[in-house]
Design a protein around this ligand. Structure first.
Ligand SMILES: NC(=O)c1ccc[n+]([C@@H]2O[C@H](COP(=O)([O-])OP(=O)(O)OC[C@H]3O[C@@H](n4cnc5c(N)ncnc54)[C@H](OP(=O)(O)O)[C@@H]3O)[C@@H](O)[C@H]2O)c1
Length: 254
């Protein structure tokens, strides 16, 4: 019998890549998010509208589901509440395999609220009583292009300075890896996933800006404090897990 796979946040950056891949592989896909987006996927997906903050729509969305790929995010602390709500509902709904996304370095930069929150989410998943898999990845290429595009109206483009390096990965490849994990047995913490190249935030911003037709000076900002030092010292990198094939320049050129 085919598995039924629910994708929370299936309309988001990586969620839509998961949905696309699952449909290509002819899985039975259900998407959970607050708004229906008819443009997701090549064929119609079963859409369940609801809200992970309130739990509205969750029991219906989880009914009969074998695997949940959790890609929904409200950012920072909100994710802790969303993840808790999801795990509690999933436990009541028949204990599907929960595949969840986290961030490389979640335990290496505790001074950053986002990283603290992602680590707390990991703990919730691990202790949920559900069969689980957690994949940590580096920043998505699309995050960098979005940050650059958001500054389109400024005279300069601001990014992280102080030589901060990133190792971004293509969201499409992350989606594909999540699908591999979703159709397999739960593995607990999966091998981290990072992109093929390490570049400074400045270089990446310049490349992203040029590709988007923005020829502004790039200004690197150094932030005070221990958290920034951890980032500068490589907390966001996973050089031993450079499994992504698509580099940032190739991504923006496409
Ligand atoms: N972006 C990165 O560079 C990066 C790097 C590593 C890991 N991650 C992790 O990857 C995951 C996905 O990130 P992303 O960048 O793909 O996210 P995204 O593009 O911001 O998409 C967020 C998704 O969550 C849904 N959502 C938000 N609040 C919701 C709620 N209350 N109830 C139900 N659905 C809700 C949104 O759909 P609606 O608006 O329709 O509800 C949307 O589909 C996150 O856990 C993130 O921390 C991201």
């Amino acid at each position: 019998m085919r598995s039924v796979i629910l994708v929370t946040g299936g309309s988001g950056t990586v969620g839509r890549e998961v949905v696309r891949r699952l449909l290509e592989d002819e899985h039975e896909v259900r998407v959970f998010s607050r708004r229906e987006r008819p443009d997701i996927g090549r064929s119609p997906v079963e859409w369940r509208r609801g809200d992970l903050r309130t739990g509205e729509g969750l029991p219906e969305a989880l009914a009969g589901v074998d695997v949940v790929v959790h890609c929904a995010t409200g950012g920072g602390r909100v994710d802790v509440a969303l993840t808790r709500r999801l795990t509690e509902a999933a436990l009541r709904a028949g204990e599907p395999h929960l595949v969840s996304l986290s961030i490389v370095g979640a335990d290496r930069a505790p001074g950053l609220p986002l990283f603290r929150a992602k680590l707390a989410c990991e703990r919730i998943v691990e202790e949920s009583g559900l069969p689980w898999t957690v994949l940590r990845t580096t920043q998505f290429h699309g995050l960098i292009t979005r940050v650059v595009a958001a500054q389109r109206w400024l005279p300069v483009v601001v990014t992280l300075g102080g030589g901060v390096r990133l190792q971004p990965v293509a969201e499409r490849e992350v989606g594909e890896r999540l699908v591999e994990l979703a159709v397999g047995e739960p593995v607990g913490r999966a091998e981290d996933m990072a992109g093929p190249e390490i570049r400074t935030a400045r270089e990446l911003t310049r490349t992203g800006g040029r590709a988007g037709g923005l020829r502004r000076p790039v200004v690197g900002v150094r932030l005070p404090g221990k958290a920034f030092r951890a980032v500068r010292d490589g907390a966001l990198l996973a050089p031993d897990h450079a499994v992504g094939r698509v580099g940032f320049a190739e991504y923006v050129a496409a």
